[in-house]
Ligand binder design. Structure first.
Ligand code: G16
Length: 543
């Protein structure tokens, strides 16, 4: 097999966003685009020679082709071994687990997460470091730096490696080990949770629907929920992964998983329902007649995690991204544990988890996870909920009501304006920046502004500072508005408006969030002029 050295030049637009590099699939298919980025990963981490990596993805269109390229490039650069999920499939949390468990030098995960897949949709690639987590801002910066000076890449001229059969083959001098994508992950879940208690729940007639959204969690959910825990066949919906996710958005929220929401709100609702996203790291939790916001889910899990064997010693601390509601903060206060507020992006939790300062982390964007891996983990969240329900013998609704009665409720909603022209989105954000100094003391329907700033984070573990992480406006009484531009979109800019209000009056804990937040929503429009800037009458998505 011949090693080829291919001349290339830097390609614009290879700066990773919130979670790796995400682009239209056709962009990744352009000459040298993928190869430049992969070579830049090797260059950014000090070379691939002698190293062991994990490689896998969510099975979306181009996953299989990209993996073959990565294997040939790893072999050409002298990597010792690559561990690949059978068929090129690995959920993001399963990849994180393998990277850690096998003490590797990191891994490459191919996914654009909840974004749709297909030749005209989205693709993505990211590097995770040996701790199993997304590369820190530092490492990401080095990889990006490498993309700007690249002049050549190395690739082996070889046939495709057969990824269909479990076992080890050679590609040049490199070992390619094809593994069962589910086995190690399922074993980890069995260590953390009381599988017997959850199985007894199902045996007692408890009903569940898990919507895998034609994405990567299908095989994981079927193996764990149906085959191992005994949920009846058919409990997992849309469980066969497809390269275009059945033509839908594999995004577990009330918009894209509407059929599931309709099911739990209808007459034949199951006791519990959940959905996960393209690469299996996000989750949505539902109960009969109730949708649990991701922020509330994090808080409920933090308050009850000790009921599961893996967390019976209690939590060291909790962390949430800044735009996530403060519901979990009050749980931390009650438990007398530390709580942290980080910028958006799972990579910011890595240091806290590694240092043992946080055990549970979560984000409003449907991500919850713990120190068992270094990614958020959709199925893990489902199993922790099931374990808690099995122990408390409570319904989702009763658990939520009891939680709010004890801690108060953070009403929460997020309004997204998608594919806005970049200039318009930047003008909106610049307008807000210009008003930050004068907002405190001013009164609006949401109350009097107590603080307005652009969030910056000083990492308490390594002392690094991350600036420009979203604009926060805080009001007397606990209302809050946050404005941010998404770092995961592939077309134009997505403006995210995060709206929150705190309620502790027992008589007011069961309102519709959009109603309870009406004054906050009106204030966001008044302060930012969203309609004028975007030319839109309403958000594209409300979560
Ligand atoms: C990624 C990140 C999350 C982040 C989310 C949304 O999730 O890992 O930390 O909250 O994107 O980010 P943004 O608001 O910048 O679009 P995923 O599931 O897409 O990998």
């Amino acid at each position: 097999m011949e090693k080829l050295t291919i001349k290339t030049a830097p390609i614009e637009g290879q700066k990773p966003g919130t979670s790796g590099l995400r682009k239209k699939t056709r962009v990744f298919m352009e000459p040298h685009f993928l190869e430049n980025f992969v070579q830049s990963i090797w260059n950014g981490i000090g070379g691939a020679a002698g190293k062991t990596f994990v490689v896998g993805g969510d099975g979306r269109y181009f996953n299989d082709r990209a993996i073959q390229v990565i294997l040939r490039m790893a072999a050409a650069s002298g990597a010792a071994r690559v561990i690949v999920g059978q068929g090129g499939i690995l959920s993001t949390p399963a990849a994180s687990n393998l990277i850690r468990k096998r003490a590797t030098d990191g891994g490459i995960i191919l996914s654009a997460s909840h974004n749709p897949g297909g030749i005209d949709e989205d693709f993505g690639i990211k590097f995770n470091t040996p701790n199993g987590g997304p590369a820190s801002e530092d490492v990401t910066g080095q990889i990006f730096e490498a993309t700007t000076v690249i002049s050549q890449y190395e690739i082996l001229e070889a046939q495709d490696v057969d990824l269909g059969a479990i076992g080890t083959t050679m590609l040049g001098a490199m070992e390619v080990e094809v593994v069962d994508p589910v086995a190690d992950y399922a074993a980890l879940m069995e260590e953390l949770f009381d599988f017997d208690a959850i199985a007894a729940l199902f045996a007692g007639g408890f009903t569940l629907r898990f919507d895998a959204m034609h994405a990567v969690t299908g095989p994981y959910a079927t193996a764990i929920l149906e085959d191992r825990l005994g949920a009846p066949k058919g409990s997992v919906l849309n469980g066969v992964p497809s390269p275009d996710f059945g033509g839908g958005h594999p995004d577990p929220n009330p918009i894209w998983a509407k059929p599931l929401v309709d099911l739990v709100m209808g007459e034949n609702a199951p006791d519990f329902a959940a959905a996960s996203d393209g690469d299996g790291d996000r989750n949505m939790i539902l109960g009969r007649g109730v949708y649990v916001t991701p922020s509330d889910s994090l808080a409920v899990l933090a308050a009850n995690a000790h009921l599961a064997p893996g967390y019976k010693a209690g939590l060291a601390g909790v962390a949430r991204s800044m735009p996530t509601s403060g519901a979990v903060d009050r749980v931390a206060e009650a438990l007398s544990i530390e709580s942290f507020e980080t910028p958006t992006g799972w990579k910011f939790f890595g240091n806290l988890l590694d240092a043992g300062r946080a055990t549970l982390c979560g984000e409003e964007s449907a991500g919850t996870g713990s120190d068992h891996v270094r990614e958020k983990d959709g199925l893990w969240a489902v199993l922790l909920w099931l374990n808690i329900l099995a122990v408390t013998k409570s319904s989702v609704k009763d658990l939520l009501d009891a939680h709010w009665a004890r801690f108060g409720r953070n009403y929460y909603t997020r309004h997204d304006y998608e594919a806005v022209e970049n200039d318009r989105a930047n003008a909106l954000m610049d307008g807000l920046r210009g008003r930050l100094a004068t907002l405190p003391g001013q009164s609006f329907a949401a109350g009097t502004v107590t603080m307005a700033d652009e969030f910056a984070y000083d990492d308490p573990v390594d002392g690094s500072r991350s600036e420009g992480q979203g604009i926060r406006i805080l009001f007397e009484g606990g209302n809050r508005i946050v404005f941010r531009l998404s770092g995961t979109g592939t077309v134009g800019a997505t403006i995210r408006v995060y709206l929150e209000g705190v309620e502790s009056d027992p008589a007011k804990l069961n309102q519709v969030a959009e109603d309870a937040l009406a004054p906050v929503i009106a204030t966001a429009e008044e302060i930012a002029g969203i309609k004028a800037h975007t030319g839109r009458d309403a958000p594209d998505v409300k979560t």
